[in-house]
Write a protein that binds this ligand. Structure first.
Ligand code: B3K
Ligand code: ZN
Length: 885
């Protein structure tokens, strides 16, 4: 119950060499016999053995087969009278636990009458007493015993070495994992499951069995996940020379899961959301998320499992690196340069809308944090996505080949060990001797230790007579909790200069290391347009006083697709900020200027740009991103301004949307490839705008002519051959507030009442719909009374409560504070059930200090109400205490 500091790390006083676990599985009372071989760590002063445990019933402890004295201290099992000396000894511990009562979904739990485990970060201690820390790596043998009819499938890590019948209709299976692993990678599954199987031969000529286990009835939705798994195996061999090291690799899906998926050695456990897909039930986004998550967990087999973390402060060692790897995997699979750029833009959008606010708020922490109260609170966008950007910068600085060499050296040095972020960075540097990266390594590592998003300011100067162009780049980083002052970072900055006609004059990578540096470009004929931070080469905020004319040139001509998109975003942000500055102006009076409209029209009408790219350019910056650009935020005003801008785009580009819809709406037989996904996305966007334009009446149809688009949307909703088109049509009706939304929602529910993942979409769409006169909160409360709602299922809780509190700022931040009251009630309701989910929800008010009054005071009160509750979990307590600090 107290804060843990990175600086306090100490090696374990004992090692565990082998673990022999035997489970008698029973939902109400599972018996666990844990037989371990331990020895003292000779490098550490002799001390008692302290084993972690949580919510366990202990019945017996034997040392070398003999009873022994022990005590329980702060949940830990403490053994003082252990054999002296370096000799290994055997420790047997008998405990029981109650999986059916485990609503936290950490440790061993029951879902749909099957058993699953989740051990990362500290769930193994809820299964048995153990040195539950990642630097203790042991060899596991696991025996599972259970009723055969009820639990026909019994799985654990590694290879199945024995199985058979027992008395009373029971059976058993024994698994041996050939690799040593930390306890957080342990897993077991037992239940009524079926599997899709695939045999593959690796490049190295080895045979492997791949399996995807799901509930009976879901088998027809596993093909895409299996394909993603095969692609992942092939990609890691081709790109990094890393092969599958197991005879058998299993994925199991469960509908009750706290996060996306878990990389347990050889037995990945997944949220059904990231496994199950068919064209009838899953959208293009679902298909692409499944590919990423399957890849991510598979890539952990090397980056995380073969080489793991010394302690949880090093979490980004495996997570940042593995996110980087899954991003690269998806880009490589996307193929063409333009499709890669689309993926890059999507990744940056996540970073900027979720990680930048985290880095500017009360939970800001370095990629390698220095302290935590509850480690589960640090599975964050900073550790994952910013961590991935840090790895990406390394690759940018040493090049793709240099980076691959660094990876090879990393595995040569550290395979089978638990190491630190320093070890990784050192391997990349040592594999590139004499490189700039090697020289800059100590400074580069500030990316691991300093929190906050650096700001890079660019100032330009052009001297007409001499033709000299000067670009001054300055960096700074705002204070974050516990870090007042920041030292300069190493910031790779992709640069290009465009002539006024849009042609490219020059391009290069500049590495900014000082607080301020000036670059000189001689012989430039006419003032150029600078394209700065190409490809989003570093996770920073770039400030430059671009003129509209420059942004229009970049949007029309930049050879860097990222900056081309970014120019469009900047044009939109500038306009939104100007409108928000005009407090007195009703949103309905907002008019977008012709140059901007024309620029958007020429993108939409562009003959060669990909549809996916057009959709990204035409999407206005998110409300949270706009909010971050303001000193003080009125989320309802931000929402109103953004909606008014969207309405303008809908009306002014109506003929263009119609053309976009007509040319993109038929994608033929369903294939989730980048080109057809892009076409479906643009068609869906066009349909939404056409329905929005219909709302205004004036510009849509001629006098007395009823607008056809909502009717067309309803028809498309009914006839769609895939979930993407169907859901986009439904969204168009809901977003535009059309009267056909209600019957469509009803029909959608009837069609998919037996598909939990589709029902999640149905709930989320309604909880996330644009607010009209405060209608969303009452709708959300009604949804919580729906027979299909269940707060104990994390996916369902997220689809309703998070969609409202975290993803619908315009509806959540009500002047009457009813949204905040709802939030505090739900945090307190969830906390005793599932503290991890509750703590995530608690973060919805992270940025409360930025809100305008009276919202700010109301939000503080709501947070204080949560904080005042006695017996809060560490998870929620840490979040609300930091918010109020
Ligand atoms: N490593 C897991 C996350 C575990 C979260 C524990 N609270 C999934 C992943 O990142 O692949
Ligand atoms: Zn991961």
């Amino acid at each position: 119950n107290s804060v843990i500091y990175r600086a306090d790390y100490q090696a374990p006083a004992y090692w565990i060499d082998t673990v022999d676990l035997c489970f008698d599985l029973d939902p109400a009372k599972t018996r666990v016999l844990n037989k371990m071989k331990l020895r003292r760590n000779a490098d550490v002063a002799p001390q008692p053995l302290r084993l972690d445990g949580e919510e366990l019933n202990l019945s017996r402890v034997l040392v070398n087969g003999q009873g022994t004295s022990f005590k329980i201290d702060g949940g830990q099992l403490v053994l003082e009278n252990l054999p002296e000396g370096d000799q290994p000894f055997e420790l047997e511990i008998f405990t029981t636990c109650a999986p059916v009562k485990n609503t936290k979904l950490m440790g061993l739990y029951v879902s749909n009458d099957s058993f699953f485990t989740q051990c990362e970060a500290e769930g193994f201690r809820r299964i048995t007493y153990f040195l539950d820390r990642p630097d203790v790596m042991a060899s596991y043998t696991v025996t599972l015993r259970a009723d055969k009819a009820r639990y026909p499938v019994l799985l654990s890590n590694g290879n199945l070495v024995d199985q058979g019948k027992l008395d009373d209709g029971r059976h058993f299976a024994r698994w041996v994992d050939p690799f040593r692993k930390p306890s957080y990678l342990f897993a077991l599954v037992a239940g009524q499951l079926v599997c899709r199987e695939q045999r593959i031969t690796s490049r190295a000529g080895k045979e492997h069995l791949l399996q995807v286990y799901v509930r009976p009835g879901d088998l027809d939705k596993t093909e895409h996940a299996m394909n993603a798994l095969m692609d992942s195996v092939a990609w890691d061999e081709a790109r990094f020379g890393l092969s599958l090291d197991l005879e058998r690799f299993m994925i199991v899906a469960t509908s009750d899961f706290n996060m996306g998926a878990m990389e347990n050695k050889g037995l990945n456990i997944f949220n059904t959301k990231y496994v199950l897909a068919s064209q009838a039930t899953a959208t293009d986004t679902d298909f692409s998320n499944i590919e990423s998550v399957v890849g991510h967990e598979y890539f952990h087999n090397w980056t995380g499992n073969r080489v793991t973390c010394r302690d949880w402060f090093q979490l980004s060692l495996k997570e940042g690196l593995t996110v980087f790897r899954d991003q690269e995997f998806s880009q490589d699979l996307a193929g063409e340069a333009s499709a890669r750029a689309v993926k890059r833009i999507e990744d940056v959008r996540v970073l900027r809308t979720a990680q930048f606010p985290e880095d500017a708020g009360p939970m800001a922490h370095p990629v390698r944090p220095d302290q935590y109260l509850e480690i589960n609170n640090f599975y964050t966008v900073t550790v994952y996505e910013k961590g991935a950007e840090v790895v990406r910068m390394m690759q940018t600085l040493v090049g793709r080949e240099g980076f691959a060499r660094g990876m090879t050296l990393y595995f040569e040095r550290h395979d089978g060990h638990a190491v630190t972020c320093d070890d990784f960075a050192q391997a990349i540097a040592d594999a590139n001797p004499g490189s700039q990266f090697e020289q800059l390594l100590p400074q580069f590592k500030r990316w691991y230790s300093q929190a906050g998003t650096p700001r890079v300011t660019a100032v330009t100067q052009y001297d007409e007579p001499t033709g000299e162009y000067r670009l001054t780049l300055s960096q700074s980083c705002p204070p974050t909790p516990g870090q007042e002052h920041k030292e300069p970072f190493v910031i790779p900055i992709g640069l290009g200069l465009l002539a006024a006609d849009g042609s490219e004059l020059t391009s290069r990578m500049h590495v900014l290391t000082q607080a301020s540096e000036t670059l000189t470009f001689p012989g430039i004929d006419g003032e150029p347009v600078p394209s700065i931070l190409r490809g989003f080469s570093a996770p920073v905020i770039l400030e430059h006083a671009y003129t509209d004319a420059q942004l229009l040139t970049l949007l029309a001509h930049d050879t860097d697709p990222f900056n081309r998109w970014e120019a469009g975003q900047r044009l939109a942000v500038n306009r939104a900020l100007a409108f928000m500055g005009q407090q007195a102006m009703p949103a309905s009076d907002i008019r977008l200027d012709q140059p901007y409209i024309e620029a958007m029209r020429s993108i939409l009408r562009h003959p060669t740009l990909d549809s996916a790219f057009k959709e990204l350019v035409l999407t206005l910056p998110a409300e949270t991103y706009l909010g971050e650009q303001l000193q003080e935020v009125d989320p309802q005003r931000v929402h109103a301004v953004r909606e008014a801008m969207r309405q303008q785009l809908a009306q002014q580009l109506q003929a263009d949307w119609q053309c976009a819809f007509e040319t993109n709406s038929d994608t033929g037989g369903y294939v989730p490839d980048p080109v057809s996904c892009g076409r479906r996305a643009l068609a869906g966007m066009a349909l939404t705008h056409l329905c929005l334009a219909a709302r205004s009446g004036a510009h849509s149809a001629g006098p007395g002519q009823p607008d056809v688009w909502p009717g067309k949307a309803y028809q498309r909703f009914k006839d769609a051959a895939n979930m993407t088109d169907r859901f986009n049509a439904l969204s168009a009706l809901v977003i535009s507030g059309n009267e056909l939304a209600a019957p469509a929602l009803q029909k959608f529910h009837a069609l998919f009442k037996d598909e939990p993942l589709v029902l999640d979409k149905w709930f989320a769409l309604q909880a996330g719909q644009p607010d009209r006169g405060g209608n969303v909160l009452p709708a959300v409360k009604q949804l919580m009374n729906h027979p299909d709602f269940n707060i104990r299922n994390p996916n369902r809780a997220r689809s309703v409560i998070f969609s409202y509190c975290s993803a619908n700022p315009g509806a959540f931040h009500r002047p009457d504070a009813a949204g905040y009251v709802f939030w505090s009630e739900r945090v307190l309701e969830l906390d005793p059930i599932n503290p991890q989910v509750a703590a995530r929800l608690a973060r919805a008010l992270d940025r409360w200090k930025k809100l305008v009054e009276p919202l700010r005071s109301a939000a503080r009160e709501a947070i204080a109400r949560v904080a005042a509750k006695p017996d809060l979990s560490n998870d929620v307590r840490e979040v609300v205490t930091r918010a109020l600090a």
